[in-house]
Design a binder for this molecule. Structure first.
Ligand SMILES: [Zn+2]
Length: 283
């Protein structure tokens, strides 16, 4: 009898213990679920935080890229300017100088490089005439084009050194007296010392090139020389020197074209305007 009673008590105690365990487990489960939910909320908050940060970073990156491309274009501009300055520093600025009684070439001036003009183009057989190396291709292009148009241009004079110019002037003075001042520049301000200036004649006129004005060659030069960068220095009716229809100077295609289109002459422009064409003189 007592044994059965004990069994019942034991069963009851076990039941109580089991229930207690269930309650405890349930409580822990509740706590666990609560923690999970809280973690999920925190995680979501963190994710949205990160997204914000991400957007901020993307924005910052975009701004940085903008700055870089601005910087790159600035660098490009600076490089372009440096390139231009470099070309200018290497271009002989005398090539586009106006020479007058107050501004003249130094007696020691010599062109950077000279070539012999091919004998085919030279009037006097066997005479060596030199011309500026960089300007020569333009001269040649002009001579070839003239020939194609039935104009036979011959060169009677090209580069003349300071000494040669002085000797020539003296020879003229002996022959013509002070009248030589009208047609032969003094030493130091002859454009021939530049190496970019030539005197033309034709086979018919020869040394008698005073009559060049009435030749078809002169007419052809007036309407075409600018295409090759050549201009007449002392045109008819000018105020700075006697009219020299045979005397042509290379000033570059850009400036020559401008002068042709505007009906102006080299010596009419101010030096500042002329200088802006120096950078492209050989383009
Ligand atoms: Zn001349």
């Amino acid at each position: 009898m007592e044994g059965r009673f004990n069994k019942k008590i034991i069963s009851f105690v076990l039941l109580v213990v089991l229930l207690a365990e269930l309650v405890v487990l349930g409580y822990f489960y509740y706590l666990f679920q609560k923690e999970v939910a809280q973690n999920a909320i925190a995680l979501e908050a963190k994710i949205s935080d990160l997204e914000d940060q991400n957007m901020f970073l993307a924005d910052a990156l975009y701004k940085e890229q903008q700055k870089n491309s601005e910087f790159a274009s600035q660098i490009k501009q600076i490089a372009g300017t440096v390139g231009k300055l470099d070309i200018l520093s290497k271009t002989d600025k005398e090539l586009l100088q106006k020479y007058s009684k107050v501004y003249f070439l130094n007696e020691n001036y010599i062109p950077e490089d000279l070539v012999n003009i091919p004998p085919d183009y030279v009037y006097e057989e066997g005479k060596k005439i030199k011309f500026h190396t960089k300007a020569f291709p333009y001269l040649q292009e002009m001579l070839v084009s003239a020939k194609r148009n039935g104009i036979n241009l011959k060169i009677i004079s090209g580069f003349r050194s300071f000494g040669e110019q002085g000797a020539l002037k003296n020879a003229y003075l002996v022959t013509y007296g002070s009248g030589a001042n009208q047609f032969s520049a003094d030493q130091g301000f002859s454009e021939h010392q530049l190496g970019t200036t030539i005197d033309f004649t034709t086979p018919e006129l020869g040394a008698n090139f005073d009559n060049f004005k009435s030749s078809s060659a002169y007419d052809w030069l007036l309407s075409n020389a600018y295409k090759y960068g050549f201009v007449i220095s002392y045109p008819e009716g000018n105020n700075y020197y006697q009219f020299e229809p045979w005397h042509w100077r290379f000033v570059g295609k850009g400036l020559a074209k401008r002068l042709y289109e505007d009906g102006e002459y080299f010596y009419d422009l101010d030096q500042r305007t002329i200088d802006s064409y120096l950078i492209n003189i050989f383009n």
